[in-house]
Design a protein around this ligand. Structure first.
Ligand SMILES: NC(=O)c1ccc[n+]([C@@H]2O[C@H](COP(=O)([O-])OP(=O)(O)OC[C@H]3O[C@@H](n4cnc5c(N)ncnc54)[C@H](OP(=O)(O)O)[C@@H]3O)[C@@H](O)[C@H]2O)c1
Length: 261
C-alpha cells in the first residue's frame, strides 16, 4: 500500500488527507509546525503527528506539502532529502520551487476548501504537474484514487486557472460580504438575496455568462449608477469597486463608450 506523508494541517491538508485515507492510502505522518494541529489531523487518519521536519519518515512514496503558499519553499528547504515524490497543492506556486528534490510535482485540487465543511472530492478537478514523466504518471494515479477528474496542467496553465478562480470564487464571495454589510446597515435580511444568488449562479452554469449579464451597467444607465455611487458616499472603497466593476461591464457591452465618474 502506498505511503504518504502530509505536510500541513489546514483546509486543504485536512480534506486531502481524509480523501486519501478513505481511498485506502496509508497516511504515515502528518507534519504541522504546531504539534496540536498535526495531532488533530493525524488522529483522524491513524497517522503519527510530527512538528519537527527532522523527524520526517524518509521512505514514503509521496510527500504532499499543503502549507500556505509563502511557506512552501521554507518547508521544502528544511525537509530531509527523500526519494519519494514531493508535491505541493498550490495554484500559483511554480513547480521549480521544489527542484531540490529529484522527483517533484504539483497536485492542485481546483476547489474552495474550508476545514469543517464537507466536499465530494470525486467531483473536484485535480491538476497535475511533474518534473518527469514517471512523476506525472504516479501523481495522476494517486489523484485518480480520489477524483474522477484528473488532468495535467503546466505551471502557466495552473496560474491562469488560479486567477480565474480568484475572480469566480474569491471575488464573487467578497461581493456577497459587501452586499451583507449594505443590507445590515439598512436593517435588511441577507436571506432576501439568496434566491437572486441562486438564480445568478444557475444562469452562469447553464448559459454563457456573457449572455446572462443584467443590471444598470449592462444597460449603460448612468443615471442609476450615479445614484448608487452617491448612496455609497461614506464608503469610498465600495464606491471605487462599484465604479471599476461597472466600467468593466460597460466596456464589455458598449466598447469604446465613455464612462461617467
Ligand atoms: N483553501 C483553498 O480553497 C485552496 C484550494 C486549492 C489549493 N490551495 C492551496 O493549498 C495550500 C494550503 O492552503 P490552505 O487553504 O489549506 O491553508 P490554511 O488552511 O491556511 O493552512 C495553512 C497551513 O500552512 C501551515 N503554515 C503556515 N505557515 C507556515 C510556516 N511558515 N511553516 C510551516 N507551516 C506553515 C499552517 O500551520 P499552522 O496551523 O501552524 O498555522 C497550516 O497548517 C496553499 O498552497 C493553497 O494555495 C488552497
Amino acid at each position: 500500500m502506498k505511503e504518504i506523508v502530509i505536510l500541513g494541517a489546514g483546509n486543504v491538508a485536512t480534506h486531502l488527507t481524509v480523501a486519501l485515507k478513505n481511498a485506502g492510502y496509508n497516511i504515515k505522518q502528518v507534519y504541522s509546525r504546531n504539534l496540536s494541529n498535526a495531532d488533530c489531523l493525524a488522529t483522524l487518519v491513524g497517522a503519527e503527528p510530527v512538528s519537527d521536519l527532522k523527524n520526517l519518515y524518509r521512505d514514503a512514496d509521496f510527500y504532499l506539502i499543503a502549507v500556505s503558499d509563502a511557506a512552501i519553499l521554507t518547508v521544502a528547504e528544511n525537509m530531509p532529502r527523500v526519494s519519494g515524490i514531493v508535491a505541493h497543492t498550490a495554484g500559483s506556486v511554480n513547480l521549480a520551487t521544489l527542484e531540490r528534490f529529484e522527483r517533484h510535482g504539483v497536485l492542485y485540487p481546483f476547489q474552495t476548501f474550508t476545514k469543517d465543511r464537507g466536499v465530494d472530492f470525486l467531483n473536484i478537478p485535480v491538476l497535475i504537474e511533474g518534473n518527469r514523466s514517471d512523476v506525472k504518471r504516479e501523481l495522476v494515479e494517486l489523484a485518480s484514487g480520489i477524483s474522477n477528474n484528473v488532468q495535467k496542467a503546466d505551471s502557466q496553465k495552473r496560474a491562469a486557472l488560479h486567477i480565474a478562480a480568484v475572480f469566480s470564487s474569491n471575488f464573487v464571495n467578497h461581493m456577497y460580504t459587501i452586499s451583507q454589510t449594505l443590507l445590515d446597515a439598512s436593517g435588511l435580511d441577507f436571506n432576501l438575496l439568496k434566491p437572486l444568488i441562486s438564480e445568478t449562479t444557475q444562469k452562469a452554469l447553464t448559459m454563457n455568462p456573457v449572455d446572462a449579464q443584467t443590471g444598470p451597467a449592462r444597460r449603460k444607465d448612468f443615471g442609476v449608477m450615479g445614484e448608487h455611487v452617491e448612496r455609497l458616499g461614506s464608503q469610498k472603497l465600495y464606491q471605487d469597486i462599484y465604479q471599476l466593476v461597472s466600467k468593466s461591464i460597460v466596456n464589455t457591452y458598449h466598447p469604446g463608450s465613455p464612462f461617467f465618474s
